[in-house]
Ligand binder design. Structure first.
Ligand SMILES: Cc1cc2nc3c(=O)[nH]c(=O)nc-3n(C[C@H](O)[C@H](O)[C@H](O)COP(=O)(O)OP(=O)(O)OC[C@H]3O[C@@H](n4cnc5c(N)ncnc54)[C@H](O)[C@@H]3O)c2cc1C
Length: 503
């Protein structure tokens, strides 16, 4: 059932078995076990609909390179950041899905501190379940699995190969779980409940909840799962450490190792043949024979010598400058269906255009990049406070010089691979730093079996506690280049299984 926290009597204490804090993809995905166990599960989160004062709670300080305002990259609502997904997919907002590569889990740099404490074979089982929860196609991400659509991947060479993204709608992931939760008698989704404090003891965790009217009450649970996104997970744990609520930061990693997936747009592919758009059509978003929506991408074929960053290259069409200016000047009119054909927007769908050479001037080669977990990139507590008096998060983010050198080498490899196809020339426009704002926050409560090197153990349990767990990309020791939701869901399902199996 769903309940509004403002309608609860103030000052009460609610006893429950499990309290899940948050209502984004990580929290929904840990939902299924309550159906099996017949216990009361407690969901605590922000609002059912978008609301300005609640969004102000997502604010915070930023420093370092050009990372955007925390209030812009974090969203408080049922669905969490998936409410901001802007990829039009399957008739509504949706996302690109892709798993980590097996070599993403290995320790490639000293910062990775032994890599993931999870075997890829084990993760695969949960990826397959995540794939079904998100209503995607089969768990198949190699280009060879998608041959036969009349579009052909370019042959692999020089360590570059072709793989795919799959696309899925937001509602496919969230609505069935929300509908089940609404009908459930042993679980509650509490809206307008903001968690402001956590404390743990050997047998119970206590969660303090504030509501918009100013009332506070507490939830006492045998187990608490913190799943509020990478910045907020670290913030709430840091607040608990400062309040001496039974949470300790013995590794010194709490808040550290924040990662984004920077995006590089320095390369342009200029066609030298009229055939280029047809030859490269596999790399546009399209429907495969079984109805799965996919798009080809250029991928690194396994770990390369020299501690490479993982990365993925996508082709986005470039429309002429005059058309782009005119479309911008026309505003919403420029986005009307009649004009889209004459002035198609940047993005997917270019391979279906009847006269691509007339409207496109080639492609931007978009590189989605991995970033290693540097200790200095971190979330700390600000001296500023939110409306409930809780310190806001302060995020420091920088793009490291050694990582930039890896990016420069990577551009060369991708450029060679594309030029080898023989349909165009790649121009590298200067040496810009990548855009850090993919909004794929990760890595502030890193997972490590040894409490000296991580905040949570291989199950997501906060080291030194029996009752407190963390779900979401904050637990990723490294984050590859992959859009995180498929891995977040897979790991959340894995955690849910673990919790359900506990006595
Ligand atoms: C514009 C955009 C596009 C994206 N595109 C993709 C994509 O194509 N593919 C992909 O894989 N990923 C994509 N992502 C990233 C993806 O949305 C996130 O990685 C994912 O939503 C994280 O899930 P989460 O459940 O861990 O956290 P969130 O989605 O951030 O959810 C956190 C939840 O916790 C609640 N919460 C926060 N603080 C508190 C508190 N103190 N008390 C109670 N509740 C709280 C929030 O209300 C929210 O419900 C995109 C993100 C954005 C913003």
């Amino acid at each position: 059932m769903e309940q509004d926290a403002t309608r609860q009597p103030p000052g009460r204490t609610i006893e429950t078995d499990v309290c899940v804090i948050g209502a984004g993809p990580a929290d929904w995905s840990s939902a299924p076990p309550w159906r099996r166990r017949g216990e009361t599960w407690w969901y605590s989160r922000a609002v059912a609909r978008r609301s300005t004062p609640v969004q102000d709670l997502s604010d915070g300080d930023t420093s370092g390179d050009a990372i955007e305002r925390l209030g812009a990259s974090r969203h408080r609502q049922v669905g969490g950041n998936s409410c901001l997904w802007n990829t039009p997919t399957l008739g509504g907002p949706g996302a690109k899905y892709v798993p980590l590569d097996p070599w993403d889990l290995s320790p490639r740099w000293p910062e990775a501190l032994h890599g993931w404490p999870v075997e890829y074979q084990e993760l695969l089982r949960f990826y397959e379940r995540a794939q079904r929860l998100a209503m995607l196609g089969p768990f198949a991400y190699e280009a060879s699995s998608w041959a036969g659509s009349g579009r052909t991947a370019i042959p692999p060479g020089a360590g570059i190969t072709s793989r795919v993204y799959q696309f899925g709608g937001r509602d496919a992931l969230l609505q069935p779980l929300r509908a089940t939760l609404r009908r459930a008698t042993n679980a509650r989704l509490m809206t307008r409940a903001t968690v402001v404090q956590l404390a743990t003891s050997a047998s119970r965790a206590t969660v303090t909840v504030a509501t918009p009217g100013g009332d506070r009450w507490q939830v006492q649970a045998r187990r608490v799962v913190l799943a509020t996104g990478a910045v907020e997970n670290a913030r709430l744990l840091l607040v608990a450490v400062h309040a001496r609520g039974g949470v300790h930061d013995r590794s010194g990693w709490l808040g550290c190792g924040f990662m984004e997936h920077p995006r590089d747009r320095a390369m342009t592919l200029r066609p030298t043949t009229r055939d280029a758009y047809r030859v490269l059509a596999f790399y546009d978003r399209h429907e495969a024979a079984d109805g799965t929506t996919i798009a080809g991408r250029l991928a690194l074929d396994g770990e390369q010598p020299g501690h490479t960053l993982n990365a993925s290259a996508t082709l986005l069409p470039l429309i002429g400058v005059r058309r782009a200016r005119l479309r911008a000047a026309l505003g919403p009119v420029g986005r009307s269906p009649a004009l889209r054909r004459w002035m198609p927007p940047e993005g997917h769908g270019w391979s279906l255009h009847p006269a691509p050479t007339r409207v496109f001037q080639g492609f931007t080669v978009l590189l989605n990049l991995e970033q290693p977990p540097h200790r200095e990139n971190r979330v700390q507590l600000s001296s500023r406070r939110d409306l409930y008096g809780v310190p806001l998060p302060a995020l420091h983010w920088q793009w490291d010089a050694a990582d930039h050198a890896r990016l420069v080498a990577l551009r060369k490899r991708v450029a060679h691979a594309l030029e080898d196809v023989g349909v165009g020339r790649v121009i590298v426009g200067g040496d810009p730093r990548p855009d850090p704002n993919a909004r794929h926050h990760a890595g502030t409560t890193r997972m490590h079996a040894d409490p000296r090197y991580g905040v949570v153990d291989a199950d997501g349990r906060v080291h030194g506690t029996d009752t407190l767990f963390v779900a979401g990309a904050s637990t990723f020791p490294t984050a590859g280049f992959a859009n995180p939701t498929l891995t977040i869901v897979a790991m959340a399902v894995r955690l849910a299984d673990r919790l359900a199996a506990e006595p």
